[in-house]
Design a binder for this molecule. Structure first.
Ligand code: TXA
Ligand code: MG
Length: 335
């Protein structure tokens, strides 16, 4: 299949392809999405095939305004409308009771649907012009780091999708926060660009449920049970209160095959190792923005293990830690 490369101005073409049942990688402020008409079950099925995504993992539908909520959702609590008013367009996905107009292929048969209004002009314009909600998972092959530039999408999806809309690098860099609004108190299923602290200001008490799923347990966000965001190389999170211990440990590994995802200014402490600096130690925003690009950059053919520095788990740092924990499959070394 030929993949059209569209500029951010060519949203009318992107919308036309989506209306006609095609697949388009679209930019959002979080990560790129692999979009199709959410009301077209055949097009949605193709998303799963292209990504190699398990069928039991439902998709987020993207709308261009909160006014569209009532068309696809029912029993919408006032708190959900308050969140939409406060944070949309933006990196927040709400789980709500669905109406039957949303196909089962989108929701994996659940009684709920995930809805988000992305804060990116090209995405909003594409959805508006398409005139339909756009179902879109992150535009990466299943299990791989999410895509945060058009180049990443070209790498993963050329020949597999109808078009890639280049909206530049994603500003937030990690996926949206998912909050389940069908339970009380509302529950965070995935930390992301909108922080727990921000949600608490609007909602009062909020529960978090992002701990790894034990076998036999059904995860609330089905996607969270899979190993995720993961390069081919083995990722290990490395922690210590004493930085020198981290440097000594990593430097005891052979230079060949070892890479380090580290904080700004730390490369010099890992002489001979392939390093990517992804942000200053206290700057979780920059780490979120650069995380997936850096993981991709380090995932060279000759690299077999990546040691990762992890920020403290507050604010957006919580989302960065969560993605690194998934990427590492829980491999964490505390020195
Ligand atoms: O920022 C984002 O959210 C990006 C951009 C493209 O919008 N999208 C994204 O989609 O991250 P995806 O498919 O990679 O992750 C969606 C997550 C999955 O873990 C899925 O299981 C969960 O949302 N999800 C979808 N529908 C759900 C539902 N009805 N109930 C619970 N979880 C749901
Ligand atoms: Mg994803």
């Amino acid at each position: 299949m030929k993949t059209e490369l569209l500029t951010a101005a060519e949203t009318a073409r992107a919308a036309e392809i989506i209306r006609n049942g095609g697949l388009v990688a679209i930019p959002t402020e979080t990560v790129y999405g692999l979009g199709a008409n959410a009301l077209d079950a055949a097009a949605v099925k193709r998303i799963f095939e292209v990504k190699g995504r398990p069928q039991d993992n439902p998709l987020i539908i993207h709308v261009s305004s909160a006014d569209e909520l009532d068309a696809w959702c029912r029993d919408i609590p006032a708190a959900a409308r308050a969140l939409a008013a406060e944070f949309w367009p933006g990196p927040l996905t709400m789980i709500l009771k669905r109406k039957s107009a949303v196909p089962d292929t989108v929701t994996a048969g659940l009684d709920t649907v995930a809805v988000r209004c992305p804060d990116h002009p090209a995405a909003l314009e594409t959805i508006r012009l398409a005139g339909v909600p756009v179902a879109a998972p992150s535009a990466n092959l299943s299990g791989k780091p999410s895509t945060t530039t058009a180049q990443h999408c070209i790498h993963d999806l050329t020949g597999k999708v109808d078009a890639i809309l280049d909206g530049g690098p994603c500003r937030v860099g990690v996926e949206s926060t998912i909050v389940d609004m069908t339970v009380r108190p509302p529950r965070i299923l995935r930390p992301g660009g909108i922080t727990l602290e921000q949600l608490e200001r609007t909602l009062g008490r909020v529960r978090t449920e992002t701990s790894p799923v034990k076998s036999g347990e059904t995860p609330k966000a089905p996607g969270m049970k899979y190993r995720h965001y993961s390069p081919k190389a083995e990722v290990t999170i490395i922690k210590s209160d004493i930085k020198q211990k981290i440097y000594d440990y990593v430097n005891s590994m052979p230079d060949e095959g070892t890479a380090v995802l580290c904080f700004d200014g730390e490369s010099g402490s890992f002489p001979g190792k392939l390093c990517a600096e992804y942000g200053a130690e206290g700057d979780a925003f920059s780490m979120a923005e650069r995380l997936f690009a850096c993981l991709r950059e380090l995932d060279r053919e000759d690299i077999t293990r990546i040691y990762a520095r992890c920020p403290s788990g507050e604010g957006v740092g919580r989302a960065v830690c969560n993605r690194l924990e998934k990427a590492s499959g829980g491999r964490i070394i505390c020195l």
